[in-house]
Ligand binder design. Structure first.
Ligand code: KIV
Length: 284
């Protein structure tokens, strides 16, 4: 019998000691030893449980939930309260992965104090282990304050979706001379205490330069293969969405076709009366 829908996807087995949590020092060891790690977005307990059981080291409660779950055309509208709900859902399904949560647009820019208050809410109410914030050197005081307050911070540079309008749309960042700007941002954020630097949509050569300039691990999305970690949005890599994927997405499955096939079969069987069959009913 399948579990009740409210049962976490990956509950701890009785009598089995909990699996060791992925910690910051494991990610740092990967960088030091030239190993890789994988990160994937997650927004709900069942998918988080599956990804966790597959060994994904880091789950990102991305503000991309604004697009993938809520249907907005950008990440800007999602609120702290909504992020807390997604965070709780993911942490209830993840036993081993480190769970990082995005600070949503408007929840940290005003001051280091605002950033700390928002991160504390995500950790206290959402149960996440670290936060991610978008932006370069301007956010050094914010990162310092977060780290001093005991909040691990992943910095996100390159294309930063929350600044979509300021950046003139989805465009590769750090081409040519601008690559040095990425290195300067990454170094400043590392010095402020960021435990990792994520780069989105930057040229492979620039990402390599940043990675070689830092002691902390880097994570890439559309940044080539030189980074310590890679991250993808799960609906993209499992082929759930409609429309054209970004160049940096590799589709590992075609869930949209699988789901549509199964739902169409269910629909037909309900209409023609072949579902439910006798075995789906209860006897006296
Ligand atoms: O919100 C998100 O999914 C992200 C990834 C694109 C890195 O920030």
């Amino acid at each position: 019998m399948s579990a009740h829908p409210s049962t976490p996807a990956n509950p701890p087995a009785q009598g089995v000691s909990p699996v060791a949590r992925v910690r910051l020092h494991h990610l740092q060891a990967a960088k030091n030893e030239g190993r890789k790690f994988a990160m994937l977005t997650a927004y709900d307990t069942m998918m988080a449980g599956i990804f966790d059981s597959c060994g994904i080291e880091v789950l990102l409660v991305g503000d991309s939930a604004a697009n993938t779950v809520m249907g907005y055309s950008s990440t800007l509208p999602i609120t702290m309260e909504e992020m807390v709900v997604f965070a709780k859902s993911v942490t209830s399904g993840a036993r081993r992965a480190l769970v990082v949560c995005d600070l949503p647009f408007g929840s940290y820019e005003v001051s280091p104090e605002q950033a700390v208050a928002s991160a504390v809410k995500l950790m206290k109410e959402g149960g996440v282990h670290a936060v991610k914030l978008e932006g370069g050197q301007y956010f050094v005081p914010h990162v310092r304050a977060l780290v001093a307050a005991g909040v691990p911070v992943m910095a996100h540079i390159g294309f930063t979706p929350q600044s979509e309008h300021a950046l003139g749309g989805y465009r590769v960042q750090g081409r040519g001379e601008a690559g040095q700007g990425l290195v300067a941002d990454a170094r400043a954020l590392e010095a402020a205490g960021a435990f990792a630097v994520l780069m989105e949509m930057v040229p492979t050569e620039a990402a390599l330069l940043v990675d070689e300039s830092l002691s902390v691990p880097t994570v890439g999305i559309g940044a080539g293969g030189a980074t310590t970690g890679q991250v993808l949005v799960w609906q993209d890599m499992l082929g759930l969405g409609s429309g054209k994927s970004a160049r940096f997405v590799k589709k590992y499955a075609d869930l949209r076709t699988v789901v549509a096939g199964a739902v169409s079969a269910y629909h037909s069987e309900v209409l023609d009366g072949s579902f439910p069959a006798t075995e789906h009913g209860f006897g006296q």
